[in-house]
Design a protein around this ligand. Structure first.
Ligand code: NAP
Length: 251
């Protein structure tokens, strides 16, 4: 039920971390993956790795904050015959840690532009590229879209807005057969945050998670495949937390 054979899936932010992992998982389920990000070298390496494992993946260079870059990337996807699109994993995002009182307008925009505006731009193009055949859009939000933490005002605001965008698009696009849902990961260990979580501050944070451990990227696989596949045919506008109980930690 969770196989994706013959489906074309676009994953943004596929050059590292969660997005790279999502691309590998979708390819392993039989999807042809279009791996998008600004840096082409890691996308090419990922595509070769997936090909060696018997899957299909093509790099798509795209800056989600630049409307012209997004439009050009979708034109390239259509020109290369990768259609109709069936799945979008809207994963590209940045987290800048800065006390709100010190945050410049540029830094604020630097978070809101990829995390919110970029997700909208890519979703709108993707909905068109689904060509009336329906599809599934999965927005990668965060538990910080529902709770807050110091130094992350812009990030938390961007992810809360992404959750509302998920619901608004689910409502508008249900008649087109497009489902729009969100994953809200808690703290997931990646190459970029491993050193922090090994530090005393990181260890204190882990102690506050009810399951007392960090999430691993594999913890996201089930929910990802659920939302991307027909197993969730009657789900739209839903937000799924994958956080070891962090959102329900006691006050
Ligand atoms: N790791 C966690 O604990 C965690 C928890 C909750 C939610 N998340 C969310 O999961 C997503 C991935 O996070 P991650 O931890 O995997 O971070 P990451 O390793 O820093 O990956 C971020 C990805 O986004 C891409 N990206 C950034 N700006 C972009 C732009 N303007 N245009 C196109 N691509 C862009 C980056 O590629 P380029 O630099 O090559 O463009 C990179 O592939 C983010 O939305 C994040 O908020 C992560």
């Amino acid at each position: 039920m969770m196989r994706l054979d013959g489906k074309i899936a676009l994953v943004t932010g596929a050059s590292s971390g969660l997005g790279r992992h999502f691309a590998q998982r979708l390819a392993a389920q039989g999807a042809t993956v279009l791996a998008a990000a600004r840096r082409s070298t890691p996308l090419e390496a990922l595509s070769e790795e997936i090909a060696r494992e018997g899957g299909a993946c093509h790099p798509v260079t795209m800056d989600v904050t630049d409307p012209a870059s997004v439009a050009e990337a979708f034109a390239r996807i259509a020109r290369d015959g990768h259609g109709p699109l069936a799945i979008l994993v809207n994963n590209a995002g940045v987290a800048t840690t800065r006390a709100a009182i010190e945050m410049s307008a540029e830094e604020w925009q630097g978070v809101l532009a990829p995390n919110l505006t970029g997700a909208f731009l890519v979703a709108r193009h993707a909905a068109q590229a689904m060509e009336g055949a329906g599809g599934s859009i999965v927005n990668v939000a965060s538990i910080l879209g529902e709770r807050v933490a110091k130094g992350l005002a812009a990030y938390a605001a961007s992810k809360a807005a992404l959750i509302q965008l998920t619901k608004a698009l689910a409502l508008e696009w249900a008649p087109r057969g497009i489902r729009v849902n969100a994953l809200a990961p808690g703290y997931i260990e990646t190459d970029l945050n491993r050193a922090f979580f090994a530090s005393p501050a990181g260890q204190r944070l882990i102690a506050r998670i009810p399951q007392q451990r960090l999430g691993q990227m594999e913890d996201l696989d089930g929910p990802l495949l659920l939302l991307c596949s027909q197993a969730s045919a009657y789900m739209t506008g839903a937000v799924i937390a994958i956080d070891g109980g962090h959102l329900v930690s006691g006050l």
